[in-house]
Design a protein. Structure first.
Ligand code: SAH
Ligand code: SF4
Ligand code: F3S
Length: 451
Protein backbone atom coordinates (compact mmCIF):
# COMPACT_ATOMS: atom_id res chain seq x y z
CA UNK A 1 0.00 0.00 0.00
CA UNK A 2 1.51 3.35 -1.05
CA UNK A 3 0.08 5.67 1.57
CA UNK A 4 -1.59 3.70 4.29
CA UNK A 5 -3.64 5.75 6.73
CA UNK A 6 -2.37 5.70 10.31
CA UNK A 7 -4.30 3.29 12.49
CA UNK A 8 -3.74 2.05 16.01
CA UNK A 9 -3.36 -1.59 16.98
CA UNK A 10 -3.76 -2.98 20.50
CA UNK A 11 -2.68 -6.58 21.08
CA UNK A 12 -3.26 -8.37 24.38
CA UNK A 13 -1.18 -11.51 24.82
CA UNK A 14 -2.12 -14.41 27.09
CA UNK A 15 -0.25 -17.69 27.63
CA UNK A 16 3.23 -18.76 26.65
CA UNK A 17 6.25 -17.18 24.97
CA UNK A 18 5.16 -18.61 21.61
CA UNK A 19 2.19 -16.27 21.87
CA UNK A 20 4.49 -13.36 22.73
CA UNK A 21 6.46 -14.12 19.57
CA UNK A 22 3.27 -14.49 17.50
CA UNK A 23 1.90 -11.17 18.78
CA UNK A 24 5.05 -9.38 17.63
CA UNK A 25 4.79 -11.08 14.24
CA UNK A 26 1.11 -10.13 13.88
CA UNK A 27 2.14 -6.50 14.46
CA UNK A 28 4.81 -6.94 11.73
CA UNK A 29 2.22 -8.38 9.31
CA UNK A 30 -0.18 -5.48 9.92
CA UNK A 31 2.43 -2.67 9.82
CA UNK A 32 2.22 -2.27 6.01
CA UNK A 33 -1.52 -1.57 6.39
CA UNK A 34 -0.67 1.45 8.54
CA UNK A 35 -1.14 -0.08 11.99
CA UNK A 36 1.13 1.09 14.79
CA UNK A 37 1.07 -0.18 18.36
CA UNK A 38 -0.91 1.42 21.16
CA UNK A 39 -1.04 0.51 24.84
CA UNK A 40 -4.81 0.74 25.35
CA UNK A 41 -7.88 -0.81 23.77
CA UNK A 42 -9.70 2.55 24.12
CA UNK A 43 -7.39 4.19 21.57
CA UNK A 44 -7.33 1.28 19.16
CA UNK A 45 -8.78 0.91 15.66
CA UNK A 46 -8.04 -2.79 15.88
CA UNK A 47 -7.87 -5.02 18.95
CA UNK A 48 -6.34 -8.50 18.86
CA UNK A 49 -6.69 -10.86 21.80
CA UNK A 50 -3.96 -13.48 21.37
CA UNK A 51 -5.38 -16.19 23.56
CA UNK A 52 -4.37 -19.30 25.54
CA UNK A 53 -6.43 -22.45 26.02
CA UNK A 54 -4.13 -24.36 28.36
CA UNK A 55 -6.28 -24.09 31.52
CA UNK A 56 -9.94 -23.22 31.99
CA UNK A 57 -9.25 -19.89 33.71
CA UNK A 58 -7.09 -18.66 30.84
CA UNK A 59 -9.74 -19.55 28.25
CA UNK A 60 -12.62 -17.97 30.18
CA UNK A 61 -10.74 -14.71 30.65
CA UNK A 62 -11.03 -14.09 26.91
CA UNK A 63 -14.80 -13.85 27.09
CA UNK A 64 -14.74 -11.41 30.00
CA UNK A 65 -12.22 -9.26 28.08
CA UNK A 66 -14.42 -9.43 24.98
CA UNK A 67 -17.30 -8.18 27.13
CA UNK A 68 -15.25 -5.14 28.15
CA UNK A 69 -14.33 -4.40 24.51
CA UNK A 70 -17.92 -4.52 23.28
CA UNK A 71 -18.92 -0.96 24.38
CA UNK A 72 -15.68 0.40 22.87
CA UNK A 73 -16.56 -1.16 19.56
CA UNK A 74 -20.16 0.08 19.73
CA UNK A 75 -18.94 3.62 20.37
CA UNK A 76 -16.62 3.66 17.39
CA UNK A 77 -17.09 3.27 13.64
CA UNK A 78 -15.02 0.56 11.98
CA UNK A 79 -13.19 -0.87 14.99
CA UNK A 80 -11.99 -4.38 14.23
CA UNK A 81 -11.93 -7.03 16.96
CA UNK A 82 -9.91 -10.20 16.36
CA UNK A 83 -9.44 -13.30 18.49
CA UNK A 84 -6.19 -15.11 17.71
CA UNK A 85 -4.21 -17.91 19.35
CA UNK A 86 -5.19 -21.19 20.94
CA UNK A 87 -8.77 -20.37 22.06
CA UNK A 88 -9.43 -19.21 18.48
CA UNK A 89 -8.15 -22.56 17.21
CA UNK A 90 -10.05 -24.64 19.76
CA UNK A 91 -13.40 -22.82 19.74
CA UNK A 92 -13.50 -21.30 16.24
CA UNK A 93 -17.03 -20.45 15.20
CA UNK A 94 -18.36 -20.79 18.77
CA UNK A 95 -16.56 -17.51 19.52
CA UNK A 96 -18.39 -15.76 16.67
CA UNK A 97 -21.70 -17.12 17.97
CA UNK A 98 -21.03 -16.26 21.63
CA UNK A 99 -19.49 -12.83 20.89
CA UNK A 100 -21.09 -11.46 17.68
CA UNK A 101 -19.01 -8.25 17.89
CA UNK A 102 -15.91 -10.29 17.01
CA UNK A 103 -14.91 -9.70 13.37
CA UNK A 104 -12.03 -12.14 12.95
CA UNK A 105 -11.14 -15.50 14.49
CA UNK A 106 -7.65 -16.56 13.41
CA UNK A 107 -5.69 -19.64 14.47
CA UNK A 108 -1.97 -19.68 15.36
CA UNK A 109 -0.93 -21.10 11.98
CA UNK A 110 -2.97 -18.73 9.80
CA UNK A 111 -2.15 -15.21 11.03
CA UNK A 112 0.11 -14.40 8.06
CA UNK A 113 -3.22 -14.01 6.19
CA UNK A 114 -4.45 -11.24 8.54
CA UNK A 115 -4.23 -8.48 5.88
CA UNK A 116 -6.79 -10.32 3.66
CA UNK A 117 -8.99 -10.98 6.68
CA UNK A 118 -8.90 -7.31 7.71
CA UNK A 119 -9.87 -6.32 4.16
CA UNK A 120 -12.81 -8.73 4.17
CA UNK A 121 -13.96 -7.66 7.62
CA UNK A 122 -13.78 -3.96 6.69
CA UNK A 123 -15.10 -3.94 3.13
CA UNK A 124 -17.57 -6.79 3.12
CA UNK A 125 -18.43 -6.34 6.83
CA UNK A 126 -18.46 -10.10 7.24
CA UNK A 127 -17.19 -12.21 10.13
CA UNK A 128 -14.03 -14.05 9.09
CA UNK A 129 -12.93 -17.42 10.46
CA UNK A 130 -9.56 -18.94 9.53
CA UNK A 131 -8.34 -21.81 11.68
CA UNK A 132 -6.70 -23.85 8.90
CA UNK A 133 -3.37 -25.51 9.23
CA UNK A 134 -2.06 -24.37 5.81
CA UNK A 135 0.20 -26.76 3.90
CA UNK A 136 2.75 -23.98 3.51
CA UNK A 137 3.95 -22.86 6.93
CA UNK A 138 3.25 -19.26 7.95
CA UNK A 139 6.98 -18.62 8.37
CA UNK A 140 7.35 -18.63 4.56
CA UNK A 141 4.99 -15.64 4.37
CA UNK A 142 5.99 -13.46 7.31
CA UNK A 143 8.00 -10.27 6.84
CA UNK A 144 11.46 -9.92 8.39
CA UNK A 145 11.26 -9.51 12.18
CA UNK A 146 12.41 -6.39 14.01
CA UNK A 147 14.59 -6.50 17.12
CA UNK A 148 12.99 -4.74 20.06
CA UNK A 149 15.73 -4.37 22.67
CA UNK A 150 18.66 -6.54 23.77
CA UNK A 151 16.63 -9.76 24.19
CA UNK A 152 14.59 -11.49 21.49
CA UNK A 153 12.47 -14.57 20.95
CA UNK A 154 12.89 -16.70 17.84
CA UNK A 155 10.41 -19.51 17.07
CA UNK A 156 12.23 -22.50 15.60
CA UNK A 157 9.68 -25.25 16.18
CA UNK A 158 5.90 -25.34 16.43
CA UNK A 159 3.29 -27.83 17.42
CA UNK A 160 3.46 -31.08 19.32
CA UNK A 161 3.10 -34.79 18.55
CA UNK A 162 3.44 -36.01 22.14
CA UNK A 163 -0.22 -35.97 23.18
CA UNK A 164 0.18 -35.81 26.94
CA UNK A 165 -3.27 -36.80 28.13
CA UNK A 166 -3.97 -33.50 29.93
CA UNK A 167 -2.84 -31.09 27.22
CA UNK A 168 -4.60 -29.13 24.46
CA UNK A 169 -1.47 -28.03 22.59
CA UNK A 170 -1.35 -30.87 20.01
CA UNK A 171 -4.91 -29.88 19.04
CA UNK A 172 -4.48 -26.09 19.08
CA UNK A 173 -1.04 -25.88 17.51
CA UNK A 174 -1.08 -28.93 15.29
CA UNK A 175 1.67 -31.39 14.36
CA UNK A 176 5.33 -30.79 15.06
CA UNK A 177 7.08 -28.63 12.49
CA UNK A 178 10.69 -27.42 12.50
CA UNK A 179 11.89 -24.45 10.47
CA UNK A 180 14.84 -24.91 8.13
CA UNK A 181 18.12 -24.06 9.89
CA UNK A 182 19.05 -21.45 7.26
CA UNK A 183 15.83 -19.49 7.99
CA UNK A 184 16.55 -19.56 11.70
CA UNK A 185 20.14 -18.39 11.18
CA UNK A 186 18.96 -15.60 8.85
CA UNK A 187 16.38 -14.42 11.40
CA UNK A 188 18.99 -14.55 14.17
CA UNK A 189 21.37 -12.35 12.13
CA UNK A 190 18.60 -9.82 11.51
CA UNK A 191 17.76 -9.70 15.23
CA UNK A 192 21.42 -9.31 16.21
CA UNK A 193 21.85 -6.63 13.52
CA UNK A 194 18.95 -4.78 15.19
CA UNK A 195 20.57 -4.87 18.63
CA UNK A 196 19.61 -8.24 20.17
CA UNK A 197 22.40 -9.71 22.33
CA UNK A 198 20.42 -12.65 23.71
CA UNK A 199 18.10 -14.91 21.72
CA UNK A 200 15.70 -17.44 23.23
CA UNK A 201 14.81 -20.18 20.76
CA UNK A 202 11.16 -21.12 21.12
CA UNK A 203 9.07 -24.19 20.49
CA UNK A 204 6.32 -26.13 22.26
CA UNK A 205 8.92 -28.91 22.24
CA UNK A 206 11.93 -26.96 21.21
CA UNK A 207 14.40 -29.78 21.72
CA UNK A 208 12.39 -32.00 19.35
CA UNK A 209 13.73 -29.61 16.67
CA UNK A 210 14.69 -31.53 13.54
CA UNK A 211 15.01 -28.84 10.88
CA UNK A 212 16.51 -29.20 7.44
CA UNK A 213 20.16 -28.15 7.45
CA UNK A 214 21.72 -26.10 4.63
CA UNK A 215 23.39 -29.32 3.41
CA UNK A 216 20.06 -31.19 3.21
CA UNK A 217 20.72 -33.26 6.33
CA UNK A 218 18.50 -33.06 9.41
CA UNK A 219 19.79 -30.78 12.14
CA UNK A 220 19.07 -31.34 15.82
CA UNK A 221 18.74 -28.49 18.32
CA UNK A 222 22.32 -29.11 19.53
CA UNK A 223 23.61 -28.65 15.99
CA UNK A 224 21.51 -25.51 15.50
CA UNK A 225 22.83 -24.01 18.76
CA UNK A 226 26.41 -24.69 17.72
CA UNK A 227 25.77 -22.88 14.42
CA UNK A 228 24.07 -19.95 16.17
CA UNK A 229 27.10 -19.63 18.44
CA UNK A 230 29.03 -18.61 15.29
CA UNK A 231 26.74 -15.60 14.68
CA UNK A 232 28.87 -12.50 15.35
CA UNK A 233 27.49 -10.38 18.19
CA UNK A 234 25.12 -13.02 19.56
CA UNK A 235 26.34 -13.25 23.15
CA UNK A 236 23.70 -15.41 24.78
CA UNK A 237 21.51 -18.31 23.67
CA UNK A 238 18.61 -19.94 25.54
CA UNK A 239 15.87 -22.34 24.50
CA UNK A 240 12.44 -23.23 25.85
CA UNK A 241 10.31 -25.35 26.37
CA UNK A 242 12.07 -28.69 26.44
CA UNK A 243 10.74 -32.17 26.93
CA UNK A 244 12.83 -34.63 28.98
CA UNK A 245 12.45 -37.29 26.26
CA UNK A 246 14.23 -35.08 23.72
CA UNK A 247 17.26 -34.17 25.89
CA UNK A 248 19.78 -35.99 23.69
CA UNK A 249 23.48 -36.40 24.55
CA UNK A 250 24.66 -33.85 21.99
CA UNK A 251 22.33 -31.17 23.39
CA UNK A 252 23.49 -31.97 26.91
CA UNK A 253 27.13 -31.80 25.76
CA UNK A 254 26.46 -28.40 24.16
CA UNK A 255 25.79 -27.02 27.65
CA UNK A 256 29.41 -27.78 28.52
CA UNK A 257 30.91 -26.78 25.18
CA UNK A 258 29.08 -23.69 23.94
CA UNK A 259 29.89 -20.71 26.18
CA UNK A 260 27.02 -18.65 24.75
CA UNK A 261 24.49 -21.26 25.91
CA UNK A 262 23.28 -19.96 29.27
CA UNK A 263 23.40 -22.24 32.34
CA UNK A 264 19.66 -22.28 32.93
CA UNK A 265 17.17 -24.81 31.65
CA UNK A 266 13.40 -25.04 31.95
CA UNK A 267 12.62 -28.76 31.86
CA UNK A 268 9.01 -29.62 32.77
CA UNK A 269 8.52 -32.88 34.67
CA UNK A 270 4.84 -32.53 35.80
CA UNK A 271 5.02 -35.28 38.46
CA UNK A 272 7.48 -37.41 40.41
CA UNK A 273 5.27 -40.51 40.38
CA UNK A 274 5.95 -43.14 37.72
CA UNK A 275 2.30 -44.19 37.81
CA UNK A 276 1.11 -40.64 37.10
CA UNK A 277 3.85 -40.01 34.50
CA UNK A 278 2.72 -43.13 32.64
CA UNK A 279 -0.95 -42.14 32.89
CA UNK A 280 -0.02 -38.72 31.51
CA UNK A 281 1.76 -40.38 28.57
CA UNK A 282 4.96 -38.49 29.34
CA UNK A 283 7.12 -41.42 28.16
CA UNK A 284 9.72 -41.28 30.95
CA UNK A 285 10.04 -42.17 34.63
CA UNK A 286 11.07 -40.03 37.59
CA UNK A 287 14.48 -41.73 37.63
CA UNK A 288 14.94 -41.02 33.91
CA UNK A 289 14.49 -37.36 34.82
CA UNK A 290 17.01 -37.63 37.68
CA UNK A 291 19.53 -39.21 35.28
CA UNK A 292 19.09 -36.40 32.74
CA UNK A 293 19.68 -33.83 35.50
CA UNK A 294 22.85 -35.68 36.58
CA UNK A 295 24.13 -35.67 33.00
CA UNK A 296 23.37 -31.96 32.60
CA UNK A 297 25.23 -31.20 35.82
CA UNK A 298 28.09 -33.38 34.60
CA UNK A 299 28.29 -31.24 31.46
CA UNK A 300 27.84 -27.90 33.22
CA UNK A 301 28.16 -28.00 37.00
CA UNK A 302 26.45 -24.64 37.64
CA UNK A 303 23.36 -25.30 35.50
CA UNK A 304 20.19 -24.08 37.23
CA UNK A 305 16.91 -25.86 36.57
CA UNK A 306 13.28 -24.88 36.53
CA UNK A 307 10.22 -27.02 35.88
CA UNK A 308 6.44 -27.27 35.54
CA UNK A 309 4.24 -29.33 37.87
CA UNK A 310 0.60 -30.36 37.89
CA UNK A 311 -1.14 -31.30 41.16
CA UNK A 312 -4.27 -33.44 41.29
CA UNK A 313 -4.07 -35.24 37.96
CA UNK A 314 -6.89 -37.87 37.97
CA UNK A 315 -5.85 -40.84 40.15
CA UNK A 316 -3.07 -38.95 41.99
CA UNK A 317 -2.90 -40.30 45.56
CA UNK A 318 -1.09 -38.87 48.59
CA UNK A 319 1.71 -41.35 47.86
CA UNK A 320 2.03 -40.12 44.26
CA UNK A 321 2.15 -36.55 45.50
CA UNK A 322 4.82 -37.47 48.09
CA UNK A 323 6.91 -38.82 45.23
CA UNK A 324 6.63 -35.45 43.48
CA UNK A 325 7.81 -33.73 46.66
CA UNK A 326 10.68 -36.22 46.89
CA UNK A 327 11.78 -35.48 43.32
CA UNK A 328 11.67 -31.74 44.02
CA UNK A 329 13.82 -32.28 47.11
CA UNK A 330 16.31 -34.48 45.21
CA UNK A 331 16.74 -32.22 42.18
CA UNK A 332 16.47 -28.71 43.64
CA UNK A 333 14.89 -26.22 41.25
CA UNK A 334 15.67 -22.50 41.21
CA UNK A 335 12.32 -21.40 39.85
CA UNK A 336 9.18 -23.26 38.77
CA UNK A 337 5.58 -23.08 37.65
CA UNK A 338 2.93 -25.24 39.25
CA UNK A 339 -0.74 -25.61 38.47
CA UNK A 340 -3.83 -27.43 39.65
CA UNK A 341 -4.91 -29.95 37.05
CA UNK A 342 -7.58 -28.37 34.83
CA UNK A 343 -9.72 -30.78 32.77
CA UNK A 344 -9.70 -29.57 29.17
CA UNK A 345 -12.40 -30.41 26.63
CA UNK A 346 -11.27 -32.93 24.02
CA UNK A 347 -8.33 -34.30 26.05
CA UNK A 348 -8.38 -37.93 27.30
CA UNK A 349 -7.69 -37.10 30.97
CA UNK A 350 -10.80 -34.90 31.20
CA UNK A 351 -12.94 -38.03 30.85
CA UNK A 352 -11.18 -40.04 33.58
CA UNK A 353 -13.11 -40.88 36.72
CA UNK A 354 -12.82 -40.09 39.53
CA UNK A 355 -11.25 -36.65 39.28
CA UNK A 356 -9.32 -35.38 42.32
CA UNK A 357 -11.47 -32.99 44.43
CA UNK A 358 -10.57 -29.32 44.09
CA UNK A 359 -9.64 -28.83 47.76
CA UNK A 360 -7.12 -31.68 47.52
CA UNK A 361 -5.59 -30.19 44.35
CA UNK A 362 -5.35 -26.83 46.13
CA UNK A 363 -3.78 -28.24 49.28
CA UNK A 364 -1.15 -30.14 47.30
CA UNK A 365 -0.44 -27.07 45.18
CA UNK A 366 0.21 -24.99 48.30
CA UNK A 367 2.52 -27.61 49.83
CA UNK A 368 4.45 -27.88 46.57
CA UNK A 369 4.68 -24.12 46.09
CA UNK A 370 6.04 -23.67 49.63
CA UNK A 371 8.95 -25.98 48.83
CA UNK A 372 9.54 -24.51 45.35
CA UNK A 373 9.48 -21.00 46.80
CA UNK A 374 11.97 -21.95 49.51
CA UNK A 375 14.26 -23.41 46.83
CA UNK A 376 14.02 -20.20 44.79
CA UNK A 377 14.87 -18.06 47.82
CA UNK A 378 17.74 -20.35 48.83
CA UNK A 379 19.22 -20.12 45.34
CA UNK A 380 18.89 -16.33 45.21
CA UNK A 381 20.46 -16.02 48.67
CA UNK A 382 23.34 -18.27 47.64
CA UNK A 383 24.17 -15.77 44.86
CA UNK A 384 24.97 -12.96 47.31
CA UNK A 385 28.69 -12.25 47.17
CA UNK A 386 29.19 -13.86 43.78
CA UNK A 387 30.21 -12.04 40.63
CA UNK A 388 28.68 -12.73 37.22
CA UNK A 389 27.88 -11.01 33.95
CA UNK A 390 24.46 -9.49 33.47
CA UNK A 391 22.85 -8.25 30.28
CA UNK A 392 21.40 -4.78 30.94
CA UNK A 393 17.92 -4.81 29.44
CA UNK A 394 15.77 -1.87 30.58
CA UNK A 395 15.35 1.03 33.03
CA UNK A 396 14.32 0.00 36.56
CA UNK A 397 11.60 1.49 38.74
CA UNK A 398 13.85 4.04 40.48
CA UNK A 399 15.86 6.86 38.89
CA UNK A 400 19.33 5.69 37.87
CA UNK A 401 18.41 2.03 38.24
CA UNK A 402 18.79 -0.43 35.38
CA UNK A 403 17.45 -3.99 35.28
CA UNK A 404 19.64 -6.73 33.96
CA UNK A 405 19.39 -10.45 33.40
CA UNK A 406 21.73 -12.93 35.07
CA UNK A 407 22.97 -16.10 33.36
CA UNK A 408 20.40 -17.94 35.52
CA UNK A 409 17.53 -15.73 34.27
CA UNK A 410 17.25 -13.76 37.50
CA UNK A 411 16.31 -10.06 37.38
CA UNK A 412 19.21 -8.02 38.78
CA UNK A 413 19.01 -4.33 39.73
CA UNK A 414 22.07 -2.14 39.43
CA UNK A 415 22.75 1.60 39.32
CA UNK A 416 23.97 2.45 35.84
CA UNK A 417 23.69 4.98 33.03
CA UNK A 418 20.90 4.05 30.58
CA UNK A 419 23.47 4.32 27.78
CA UNK A 420 24.75 0.94 28.96
CA UNK A 421 21.45 -0.85 28.12
CA UNK A 422 22.39 -3.64 25.73
CA UNK A 423 25.80 -4.15 27.35
CA UNK A 424 26.92 -7.20 29.25
CA UNK A 425 28.72 -6.14 32.42
CA UNK A 426 30.24 -7.92 35.43
CA UNK A 427 28.40 -7.27 38.68
CA UNK A 428 28.72 -8.38 42.28
CA UNK A 429 25.46 -9.44 43.93
CA UNK A 430 24.93 -7.61 47.23
CA UNK A 431 21.27 -8.17 48.18
CA UNK A 432 18.17 -10.33 47.64
CA UNK A 433 14.64 -9.01 47.24
CA UNK A 434 11.48 -11.11 46.86
CA UNK A 435 12.05 -12.10 43.23
CA UNK A 436 15.18 -10.23 42.21
CA UNK A 437 18.76 -9.47 43.17
CA UNK A 438 20.54 -6.19 43.89
CA UNK A 439 24.08 -5.73 42.59
CA UNK A 440 26.91 -3.26 42.12
CA UNK A 441 29.28 -3.02 39.16
CA UNK A 442 32.16 -5.37 39.81
CA UNK A 443 34.46 -2.80 38.14
CA UNK A 444 33.38 -0.08 40.60
CA UNK A 445 33.95 -2.47 43.46
CA UNK A 446 37.44 -3.12 42.22
CA UNK A 447 38.00 0.62 41.78
CA UNK A 448 36.58 1.38 45.23
CA UNK A 449 38.65 -1.33 46.85
CA UNK A 450 41.86 -0.15 45.24
CA UNK A 451 41.21 3.57 45.90
N1 SAH B 1 5.56 -28.61 26.10
C1 SAH B 1 5.73 -28.38 27.47
C2 SAH B 1 4.55 -27.73 28.17
C3 SAH B 1 3.61 -26.81 27.50
S1 SAH B 1 2.19 -26.32 28.42
C4 SAH B 1 5.99 -29.74 28.13
O1 SAH B 1 5.87 -30.77 27.56
O2 SAH B 1 6.25 -29.80 29.29
C5 SAH B 1 2.88 -25.53 29.83
C6 SAH B 1 2.53 -26.17 31.14
O3 SAH B 1 1.16 -26.02 31.41
C7 SAH B 1 2.78 -27.66 31.20
O4 SAH B 1 4.12 -27.98 31.43
C8 SAH B 1 1.86 -28.11 32.32
O5 SAH B 1 2.53 -28.09 33.55
C9 SAH B 1 0.76 -27.07 32.29
N2 SAH B 1 -0.50 -27.64 31.80
C10 SAH B 1 -0.78 -28.09 30.56
N3 SAH B 1 -2.04 -28.57 30.51
C11 SAH B 1 -2.56 -28.43 31.74
C12 SAH B 1 -3.82 -28.75 32.34
N4 SAH B 1 -4.78 -29.35 31.64
N5 SAH B 1 -4.01 -28.45 33.64
C13 SAH B 1 -3.02 -27.88 34.38
N6 SAH B 1 -1.83 -27.54 33.88
C14 SAH B 1 -1.59 -27.82 32.57
FE1 SF4 C 1 1.45 -30.54 25.88
FE2 SF4 C 1 2.82 -32.75 26.37
FE3 SF4 C 1 3.06 -31.53 24.03
FE4 SF4 C 1 4.09 -30.41 26.22
S1 SF4 C 1 4.72 -32.36 25.29
S2 SF4 C 1 2.90 -29.39 24.62
S3 SF4 C 1 2.57 -30.98 27.75
S4 SF4 C 1 1.24 -32.52 24.79
FE1 F3S D 1 -1.48 -21.47 25.80
FE2 F3S D 1 -1.40 -22.13 23.27
FE3 F3S D 1 0.82 -21.43 24.53
S1 F3S D 1 -2.65 -23.07 24.81
S2 F3S D 1 0.44 -22.11 26.61
S3 F3S D 1 -0.90 -20.14 24.14
S4 F3S D 1 0.60 -22.98 22.95
Amino acid sequence: MANPTRKKLFIKTYGCQMNVYDSARMADVLAPLGYTATETAEEADMVILNTCHIREKAAEKVFSDLGRIRPLKNAKDNMIVAVAGCVAQAEGSEILARAPHVDIVVGPQAYHRLPEMVARATRAREQVLDTDFPAEPKFDHLPAPRADGPTAFLSVQEGCDKFCTFCVVPYTRGAEYSRPAADVLREARILVGGGAREITLLGQNVNAFHGEGPDGSTWTLGRLIRALAEVDGLARIRYTTSHPRDMDDDLIAAHGEVPQLMPFLHLPVQSGSDKILAAMNRGHTADDFRRIVDKLRGARADIALSSDFITGYPGETDKDFDETMELVGDVGFVQSFSFKYSPRPGTPAALLKPQVPDDVKTERLHLLQQVLDAQLRAFNTSCVGSTFDILLTNPGRYPGQIVGRSPYLQAVHVMADPKHIGSIVPVKVVSVEAYSLGAVWADNETKAASA
